[in-house]
Design a protein around this ligand. Structure first.
Ligand SMILES: [Zn+2]
Length: 476
């Protein structure tokens, strides 16, 4: 007896897209077969006629329960997993990867333990953490990297820039390039990957100084400080160092044409370099800052220009951009609009709930992205690059039964009622074609037709291990 049979849908498998039935027993997919060929009885049958059946979305980039460093005096934190993952359940995301920051003075293992404990029993969907290394860390901290990889945390985030101007209450973000080299050596030797926020520190901070002096500190000047040239330089420098150290690199939130081009060039030379962009960067640009409430669209580094949006879509459709993340930073509208200068506009995005639906609507429905490619950029590639594949990111026998049904017939203008996390969404008023309607996590229907069936104890910490091919060449 099966636990669940999903019948009649258009199923996107790793090999082809077609009409298949998907059989689930316990938490696993046990078979994907031609319609009608599975004669087993099932406790529950889901009628997926007219729906597209895809692997649960994988959100590679969230900052939940995270200090809001733009307003250091206020001691604010972003919403936690108990709030934000509700939106993921509704929106078709079944796994997210957050961050565990290790900074000077912190104990590596104790910090990791605390971070994982914070999520336990507090997440509707599965999760893991990148380990973020920032500040003037003592060199022996890097000796923990091989053991962290063995324990299932194989991705290490570094910032090449201090994201914000210095402030006594702001924790350090930047890791100097010497320490980045050390991290790369250790990561490459043990089967991990570098996750890099790449901006040129000098260019960004001197431009802050110049804009201050010229009295041009309004937030809409952000793309002057977080410039296309800064992305170009930092991506190149990182690729060159990684090539020497033989380390794989996953660039988070690629925002400019220059970033896409550097990644495409590196991949053309056979290097294991991958780019993430954000659905935010692909759908909004710097003009949006000038709208009323325009800073709800801000995410660090910054929105860029139309040519960059076009390059990001081109990259998503044709290959060099492998994934869509969110840089999720969920706050209330009040906190999001707290700052209005280049130094204090609240960063990050509130969009993990919308991610799968927006990429479907903007990519598949409006730009002709294939369903196969849609699955790659919303799920399978993040699973491969970050070490969850094929347990996650595939509709295949043996994989976790993380499955999402998308209704391509949905036509609607999104309103507050479509969102379940905060008191605003940057996508209110956006018109979509197609939207996720059912989300299944390891065999359990956690959201269906606008109703939540999951619970906070459903999400589990998932150990990760990266396939060697991902680290030796551009594997996806
Ligand atoms: Zn981020």
């Amino acid at each position: 007896m099966l636990d669940l049979l999903i019948r009649g849908g258009t199923v996107v498998t790793p090999h082809q897209t077609g009409q298949f039935d998907v059989a689930v027993s316990g938490e696993k997919i046990v078979a994907v077969a031609l319609p009608g060929t599975m004669t087993y009885e099932a406790l529950r049958v889901l009628d997926a006629r007219g729906k597209i059946v895809v692997p649960g979305g994988i959100e590679p980039h969230t900052h939940l329960a995270h200090f809001v460093a733009m307003h250091p005096e206020d001691n604010l934190y972003t919403m936690g997993p108990e709030e934000d993952t509700r939106g993921m359940a509704f929106g078709g995301t079944t796994t997210h990867i957050d961050f565990c920051f290790i900074r000077p003075g912190m104990d590596f293992w104790q910090t990791l333990e605390q971070r994982t404990a914070r999520w336990q029993g507090k997440s509707y969907v599965d999760y893991s953490f990148h380990i973020a290394l920032g500040g003037a860390l003592p060199l022996d901290i890097f000796d923990h990297i091989p053991e962290a990889i063995r324990r299932g945390f194989p991705s290490f985030k570094v910032f090449t820039v201090d994201v914000l101007p210095p402030h006594p209450k702001r924790p350090p973000y930047r890791l100097d390039f010497g320490r980045i080299q050390l991290a790369m050596e250790k990561v490459a030797a043990s089967g991990g990957i570098m996750v890099v926020h790449a901006e040129d520190h000098d260019l960004v901070h001197t431009m802050y100084e110049r804009l201050e002096q010229e009295g041009r500190t309004q937030g809409w000047n952000m793309p002057l400080a977080r410039s296309k040239t800064s992305e170009l330089l930092a991506f190149r420098r990182t690729v060159q160092l990684a090539e020497r150290m033989k380390a794989g690199v996953y660039f988070v939130h690629t925002s400019a044409r220059e970033g896409v081009e550097v990644v495409a060039e590196a991949r053309g030379r056979g290097l294991p370099v991958y780019a993430e962009t954000l659905h935010h960067y692909a759908t909004f640009d710097a003009e949006d800052y000038k709208k009323p409430r325009g800073y709800i669209y801000h995410t660090y580094p910054s929105l860029k220009y139309k040519e960059d949006r076009d390059a990001l879509w081109h990259g998503l459709l044709t290959g060099p951009v492998a994934t869509v993340g969110t840089d999720e930073f969920p706050t209330t509208l009040d906190v999001k609009l707290k700052g209005n200068t280049i130094s204090n506009v609240t960063g990050g995005n509130l969009g993990a709930e919308a991610r799968v639906g927006i990429v479907y609507s903007e990519g598949v429905a409006k730009r002709g992205m294939s369903l196969q490619r849609f699955v790659e950029v919303t799920s399978a590639n993040a699973a491969r690059i970050l070490g969850l594949y094929p347990r996650k990111g595939a509709i295949a026998a043996g994989s976790d039964a993380d499955i999402v049904l998308i209704d391509p017939a949905v036509r609607k203008t999104l309103t507050r009622d479509d969102f379940h996390v905060s008191d605003y969404s940057p996508w209110e008023g956006w018109t979509v074609e197609g939207w996720p309607v059912t989300t299944i996590l390891r065999g359990k229907v956690i959201a269906d037709q606008g109703r939540l069936h999951g619970s906070l104890s459903d999400g589990q910490l998932i150990p990760r291990q990266i396939d060697a091919r991902v680290l030796s060449q551009p594997a996806c």
